[in-house]
Design a protein around this ligand. Structure first.
Ligand code: SF4
Ligand code: FES
Length: 258
């Protein structure tokens, strides 16, 4: 901080910026108790801070045992998807002021924070992501070509590239899959994220394994399990039209044109 009171990151918050917010966090530690329970933590915090900032302060100042994943803190790595006030979001992209009312310097309601649904909770906000990544691996999320090794990059027209542009944006956060009621009821379903990542290659004009991926998703646990509830599209922090991508894969299975 320099003499003017400003740090490189901008003006330091003063007490008048701060509001008192309670964060109600679903805690679970299998070494301590068989069931999860809610625990409240109250902070004086700048409402322009993000939920991830609040979680850091709780961990660093109040309870070092609070467990959650995060890495980039900027919406890129996809590691901090969680249920915040009943909706899947990235903690690092969710401003406190956008999810709670503030009156007389206090939050009007506690902010509820819990692990995403449909995957086994290991501790607090950390779930076992292995079934999610297994479904991702199962759809062959890589370019498959035979022969014709290029001496430079494999060229593609702008129109062909645009065909799958939306689904290249996925950061594998699992917000979509863990917001899907079909996945909640039966974790065998591939889930939206795996289908999004299959879409990214099925509709790539350079790829030669589209038929193979379609057959994988023609499975009883594949794309036909989707009930078009749009939860996945609403949950995606990257704004991917997830339900539309799933519909396009279904149509490709019927027409065999992609
Ligand atoms: S499609 Fe969106 S919500 Fe689903 S894993 Fe990818 S980035 Fe996350
Ligand atoms: S911490 Fe990387 S996306 Fe939020």
């Amino acid at each position: 901080m320099d003499k003017s009171g400003e740090s490189a990151a901008g003006p330091e918050p003063t007490a008048s910026h701060l509001v008192t917010i309670t964060f109600r966090i679903r805690r679970f530690n299998p070494e301590v108790a068989a069931d999860a329970e809610w625990e409240d933590f109250t902070l004086d915090i700048d409402p322009k801070d993000r939920v991830l900032d609040a979680l850091h302060r709780i961990k660093w100042e109040l309870d070092g045992t609070l467990t959650f994943r995060r890495s980039c803190a900027h919406g890129i790595c996809g590691s901090d998807a969680m249920r915040i006030n009943g909706r899947n979001r990235l903690a690092c992209k969710t401003l406190i002021k956008d999810i709670t009312g503030i009156k007389d310097g206090k939050g009007t309601k506690p902010v509820l924070v819990e692990a995403i649904k449909g995957l086994t909770v290991l501790k607090d906000l950390v779930v076992d992501m292995e079934p999610f990544f297994q479904a991702y691996r199962d759809v062959m999320p890589f370019l498959v070509t035979s022969g014709n090794e290029p001496t430079r990059e494999r060229l593609q027209s702008d129109a062909d590239r645009a065909r799958f542009d939306d689904t290249t944006k996925c950061i594998l956060c699992a917000a979509c899959t863990s917001s899907c009621p079909v996945f909640w009821n039966d974790g065998q379903y591939f889930g939206p994220a795996a289908i999004v990542n299959a879409h990214r290659f099925i509709f790539d004009s350079r790829d030669e394994a589209g038929e193979q991926r379609l057959e994988i998703l023609n499975d009883k646990d594949g794309v036909w399990r989707c009930r078009t509830t749009f939860n996945c599209t609403d949950a995606c922090p990257r704004g991917i039209e997830v339900t539309k991508a799933i519909q396009e894969v279904k149509r490709a299975l019927i027409t065999r044109r992609f």
